[in-house]
Ligand binder design. Structure first.
Ligand code: AHR
Length: 654
């Protein structure tokens, strides 16, 4: 493991060779448009890892609501006050239905018998907010009513409601609770009153104030953090979750659309992936399914980018493949997904989209074939997918995998092979050290300008090493990403899309670190890495223009990295400068090729003197952008480059 000193000396001059008086002279040629910046340039990678969906953005508070986990009562606990008499039987309707199990409660005491649900590491409940309960139930025998409570960690009641059940047929029942107190570790208690038999399924509790107040919707605070980034695209649903450990638990989009209670629950592949972070209670309810992903993309103005299984399970796990002669159903899934997203409301799959509430098309333009696949087996399958999709939908751009690494034998085979096949977009992944990110800031400067475009589909700087559970989202990692991203942006003619990965992590339910946004049952915060992504995304401009440091591309000299764009609509010059050095530097940015500039520039500055610093629940914005104003000297912008800083400077062109 490299020390911080090694990181710094690897990429910038040692502090001794710098003097604080040396002025670094940058030049920006604002009238020489090198290349447009794609609207999709900075986007979001979403995967249900770290409780990102169930237990995360999907606002359901009840864990294992339909008793489909391998251990059917996981998350539930029988309650017996004063030795109350009752019992639970899990009944399986058979394999032909997607949600086969339900719970039968036989209630023999008139009161004191019940069941409680612990939520996803506790339920986050906020005072005065409304919580909407629903369940499917029937009463085969007797007369049993429900008393429903929210209780805090000390088992004190913080909200209550009741439900009258009747009849031997399944019905949906709903009730609401307004919470009297805020609690991070609340539980839901359901007490049976009267005696008899009650069957129950899909026991669900949602906050009323979800994103856009959609019933059964998404956590508003988490979606807001995404919307604030104004992302160019949303990649979903992963990630390795697309592949599954085995083909049987691959992601199948058709099983994630339609009625919620008809979506088959399966184990989440991250459930037991890492010994250091076992989460045996991690399943996929698919309440956040493909329709909801498309809706989320639309809500936040992002191009949807679904990644589909291409007949291959995760090659880090079983590496199972479907024989190529049996690949048709997989390819058909891809074709049907395009119809689901874009087809008319009277087409088979377009009709389902319309019935779900969205008659207008989602205008899908991008699709990924496989996640992080490699080898000849991938190329064989990719070719079959590409042929079928391009024949029917030539306008859809396909993302193809160049494997899990940005170099090495797997990459060296896939990269030229896919270029030979005239692939549209190559999905490069790099989870690497901060040092790697600094040294690779010029990675794309020499890429073929005429070949496939690059989608930097998953990347993150790992200060302790990939898979190390001690990686944190410290300032060192974020700063190295900011430096590297100057190179992505400078090469926007080649790099059309980029996304940090993974996106979300539950503070008590994560498996993989670092992650862009951390949350618990009540709070969420953006990491320094989040603010780096956001600053790039909100300040991408329309065109890259040349920017040099003493006549060279700024990619590490004196620890400095920089790039410039203009926004031809807002009429602004946008300059990004990263100082990875431990000492302050003075600099001047001379802007050429403009008639006149505003008297002042604005700067948004991310900085911290301690590379190990990270944001926390207690200090969620510890490292976050600070606004500054810079007085111009004619067409020169004098900029102080604080140690370990990243800044975005904007100057109006008059
Ligand atoms: O982002 C976490 C994982 O890293 C993704 O699921 C996979 O694509 C990559 O290996």
């Amino acid at each position: 493991m490299k020390t911080i000193t090694a990181w710094l000396t690897g990429a910038c001059l040692s502090a001794g060779t710098l003097t604080a008086q040396t002025t670094q002279v940058f030049t920006v040629k604002a009238n020489q448009l090198k290349t447009p910046v794609q609207k999709t340039m900075w986007g979001i990678f979403f995967e249900d890892i770290n409780f990102g969906a169930d237990g995360g953005i999907y606002a359901e508070l009840v864990k294992n609501r339909s008793f489909e986990f391998a251990t059917p009562l996981m998350g539930w606990k029988e309650q017996k006050q004063n030795n109350a008499n009752g019992s639970i039987l899990i009944i399986n309707r058979g394999e032909q239905v997607p949600n086969p199990r339900f719970a039968r409660f036989t209630v023999r005491s008139a009161s004191g018998y019940g069941i409680s649900n612990e939520g996803f590491r506790g339920m986050g409940i906020t005072a005065n907010n409304q919580y909407d309960l629903s369940l499917l139930a029937r009463v085969p025998e007797g007369n049993v009513q429900l008393r429903i409570e929210l209780v805090n960690a000390a088992n004190e009641k913080i909200g209550e409601t009741s439900l009258t059940l009747s009849g031997k047929d399944w019905k949906k029942y709903t009730a609401s609770i307004t919470a009297k107190a805020t609690e991070a570790k609340a539980k839901l208690n359901i007490w049976f009153e009267g005696t008899g038999v009650v069957d129950a399924d899909m026991i669900s509790l949602f906050p009323k104030n979800t994103w856009k107040n959609r019933p059964g919707g998404l956590r508003a605070d988490l979606v807001q953090l995404l919307a604030d980034m104004k992302p160019g695209f949303l990649r979903f649903p992963g990630g390795c979750i697309v592949e599954g450990k085995e083909l049987t638990n691959r992601y199948q989009w058709k099983k994630t659309v339609g009625a919620i209670n008809e979506r088959e629950v399966i184990v989440n592949r991250w459930n037991t992936e890492f010994r250091h972070k076992l989460t045996p209670d991690y399943y996929q309810s698919f309440g956040l399914g493909f329709y909801e992903y498309f809706l989320l993309s639309e809500d936040i103005g992002a191009e949807p980018l679904p990644i589909l299984n291409c007949g291959m399970a995760c090659q880090f796990n079983t590496a199972e493949v479907v024989p190529t002669e049996e690949l048709d159903p997989y390819i058909q899934d891809a074709l049907d997904l395009i119809e689901f997203a874009n087809g008319p409301a009277d087409s088979k799959w377009g009709k389902l989209r319309a019935q779900m509430g969205h008659p207008a098309p989602f205008n899908l333009k991008l699709m990924g074939v496989g996640n992080e696949q490699w080898g000849e087996q991938y190329i064989e399958r990719y070719k079959l997918f590409a042929k079928a999709i391009k024949e029917k939908y030539p306008a859809v751009q396909l993302v193809s995998s160049v494997g899990p690494n940005p170099d090495g034998p797997l990459f060296d085979y896939l990269n030229p092979t896919l270029r030979g096949l005239k692939a549209d977009l190559l999905d490069e992944h790099y989870y690497r050290s901060p040092d790697w990110f600094l040294k690779n800031a010029k990675r794309y400067d020499d890429y073929d300008r005429n070949g496939p475009k690059i989608f930097a589909g998953e990347y993150a700087s790992h200060s302790k090493g990939v898979g190390n559970s001690e990686n944190i989202n410290n300032w060192q990692s974020a700063l190295s990403e900011a430096a590297f991203m100057t190179g992505l942006e400078r090469n926007a003619d080649v790099v059309h899309m980029a996304s940090y990965a993974p996106l979300f992590a539950h503070a008590e339910g994560w498996q993989w670190t670092p992650d862009l946004i951390w949350f618990n049952s009540l709070q969420a915060y953006g990491t320094p890495n989040y603010y780096v992504q956001k600053l790039y995304s909100l300040n991408k401009g329309t065109h890259v223009v040349p920017m040099t440091l003493n006549n060279e591309i700024a990619a590490g000299q004196n620890g400095l990295y920089a790039n410039a764009c203009i926004d031809s609509v807002a009429k602004e010059v946008i300059i990004k400068i990263v100082n990875t050095g431990a000492t302050p530097q003075t600099s001047e940015v001379a802007i050429e090729g403009v008639k006149k500039l505003a008297a002042n520039a604005t700067a948004e500055v991310l900085k911290n003197g301690d590379l190990q610093q990270a944001n926390t629940f207690a200090q969620p914005a510890g490292i976050s952008p600070q606004q500054e104003t810079i007085k111009l000297k004619g067409k020169k912008v004098p900029v102080t480059l604080a140690p370990y800083s990243f800044q975005v400077i904007k100057v109006k062109m008059l």
